[in-house]
Structure formats: structure tokens, C-alpha cells
Design a protein around this ligand. Structure first.
Ligand SMILES: [Zn+2]
Length: 99
């Protein structure tokens, strides 16, 4: 039996989608620094109900349940909203790193 770990499946999904979106064509010119990326993730997560799990099996089950086209589209809308908020008001230092 593996050690139980507390994790939020929504956080996992949002982090993955944010990384994917920021590295896509549409947001090529958007800042890619860690500060902006994490701010986008945090703003998005604050609009979505969390889905906490403690085992790998419950994580996989929750992931399957949440990974529907409708749900991903809804989450993407919240992410795009967050990207706009961060884009207007970035918290990074004057010289953002390009990584
Ligand atoms: Zn930045």
C-alpha cells in the first residue's frame, strides 16, 4: 500500500492546461515567467471547486470524471479570464525571465 498523499485533482488539471495554453501559438508573446504562470493558476483555481483526493486510485477516478470536453472547455474559459487579469496587472519584476 502506498503512502496516502493529499492532492487537488483540479489543481493538477489546471496546471497542465495553463502550461499547454501558454506554450501554444495564441499566447506566444505572453510572459512565460513562473510568477505569471502561478498567478494564472491561482486565479483560475479560486474560481473552481477543488477536488481533493488522498490515493492514486481516487485521483485516477476523479481525473477521468473531470476530464470531459465540456469540463475542460469550462476550465479553459476560467484560465483565459485569468490570463487577461495577469496580463493587465503582472506581478513579476520589471525584467521577466523568458523561461
Ligand atoms: Zn511574468
Amino acid at each position: 500500500m502506498t503512502e496516502p498523499v493529499l492532492g487537488n485533482v483540479i489543481e493538477e488539471i489546471v496546471s497542465g492546461l495553463v502550461r499547454f495554453l501558454l506554450h501554444g501559438n495564441e499566447y506566444q508573446t505572453f510572459c512565460h515567467c513562473k510568477v505569471c504562470e502561478l498567478d494564472i493558476i491561482a486565479i483560475t483555481l479560486n474560481t473552481l471547486p477543488p477536488k481533493y483526493v488522498t490515493t492514486k486510485d481516487s485521483r485516477d477516478a476523479a481525473f477521468q470524471q473531470l476530464n470531459t470536453p465540456e469540463n475542460i472547455e469550462m476550465i479553459n474559459k476560467q484560465i483565459i479570464r485569468a490570463i487577461h487579469i495577469v496580463g493587465r496587472n503582472p506581478r513579476h519584476e520589471n525584467e521577466p525571465s523568458s523561461v
